[in-house]
Design a protein around this ligand. Structure first.
Ligand SMILES: C[S@@+](CC[C@H](N)C(=O)[O-])C[C@H]1O[C@@H](n2cnc3c(N)ncnc32)[C@H](O)[C@@H]1O
Length: 349
């Protein structure tokens, strides 16, 4: 054994443990509103922050001290400041840098860890609906900044002729819509079009309705509980799968169903997490590390819980996705756009 190598690896694993511990501290800050209370508040003492949040001072002090050693807050003369730049990451869901939703997803994955371990033993699935509700809200909070920055400005314009049709008035289906963030963003941008979101998870559909009412787009958006391989009655000009196709038990059947439900010149948009065809090309990449964790805990188990259970996983890569869409009957399939985080595919009949 090379002792130097062992020491270096021990350091790497220790660092990963530190990241996990700090995520716990950060998560509690989100749940208790500590980040939001500190945002823009200047330098506060632990007593002032405890008073403002209605929490026990001794706990708040320990939390602040931990955040200070981590460099998340600045400590000076017994007072603690959350810099505006850090508030944009932890205290503001509307910010392009927002990450608090990811902490909630992490909490849900820890809660599921023993159950997932058991699934490794049996080979069985764990359905999306079986997870802690933190997962559903966390995923929606986590993706929202990315969708706000990318969907209307980048992804839709990368598709052939789709924006013109949306402006003129198109029928759009968002399959596996979750909390409806993507559906609502499109509805806000293209008021002449009509949008429907479908998801097999009833609680998410309920949350999507509430979000649509809050955004005041309920005149052109509706949501239903449904199953991708069955409930796509069209015809639709555009069918979207945002980070959802690989989660399905049979993504080929779901895509084939979408192909049938399209208008003759319609488009299917498939947004998938970024992945390479070759595992070798992703070694050491932090985004791939987090995608493989989510795939192991969420995507593969969900797919295995459904009929067919093909378990494509969230890291299928360009070649497999293009083949899948070809197998589903699309004759024109292309990778329309690649970003650091996503692969954006266009499929046409
Ligand atoms: C990772 S979440 C993405 C949600 C949403 N598209 C977003 O980007 O926030 C995957 C979603 O696919 C839904 N889903 C999984 N299998 C499905 C199926 N067979 N039919 C319909 N929806 C499904 C899940 O309930 C979940 O809401």
């Amino acid at each position: 054994m090379d002792l130097e190598k062992a020491r270096a690896f021990a350091g790497q694993v220790a660092q990963e443990r530190v990241g996990a511990s700090l995520s716990l501290l950060n998560y509690v800050g989100d749940v208790l509103g500590l980040w939001r209370a500190m945002a823009g508040a200047g330098a506060v003492t632990s007593a002032e922050l405890a008073e403002r949040t209605g929490l026990a001072e001794r706990y708040v002090h320990e939390w602040l001290a931990g955040q200070a050693v981590a460099g998340h807050v600045v400590h000076e003369d017994g007072r603690f400041t959350l810099p505006d730049e850090h508030a944009a990451v932890l205290a503001d869901d509307e910010s392009p840098f927002a990450q608090a939703g990811g902490l909630e997803v992490g909490a849900a994955m820890w809660l599921a860890a023993d159950r997932i371990a058991e699934a490794f033993r049996t080979g069985g699935g764990v359905g999306w609906h079986e997870h802690d509700p933190r997962l559903f809200r966390g995923v929606s909070r986590f993706f929202a900044p990315l969708y706000r920055l990318s969907l209307v400005p980048q992804w839709l314009p990368a598709l052939d002729g789709v924006v013109d049709r949306l402006v003129a008035g198109a029928r759009v289906l968002d399959m596996g819509c979750g909390y409806g963030t993507s559906t609502i963003l499109m509805a806000q941008a293209y008021p002449a079009s009509r949008f429907e979101g479908i998801d097999s998870h009833a609680a998410s559909v309920e949350a999507a309705w509430a979000a649509a009412n809050e955004a005041e787009v309920q005149d052109r958006v509706c949501f239903h509980v449904g199953e991708a391989t069955e409930d796509m009655a069209g015809p639709w000009d555009l069918i979207c799968f945002f980070d959802a196709l690989h989660d399905m038990g049979d993504p080929v059947a779901a895509a084939a169903r979408a192909r049938q439900a399209l208008t003759p010149d319609g488009t299917v948009l498939v947004v998938e997490p970024y992945a390479s065809d070759r595992l070798e090309d992703r070694i050491g990449n932090p985004i791939a590390m987090s995608y493989y964790t989510a795939s192991t805990f969420l995507c593969v188990p969900n797919s295995l819980s459904q009929d067919s259970g093909l378990a494509l996983g969230a890291q299928a890569g360009e070649s497999r996705m293009i083949k899948l869409l070809g197998d589903a009957g699309f004759s024109r399939v292309r990778l329309a756009l690649t970003t650091d985080y996503n692969l954006i595919f266009e499929a046409r009949p």
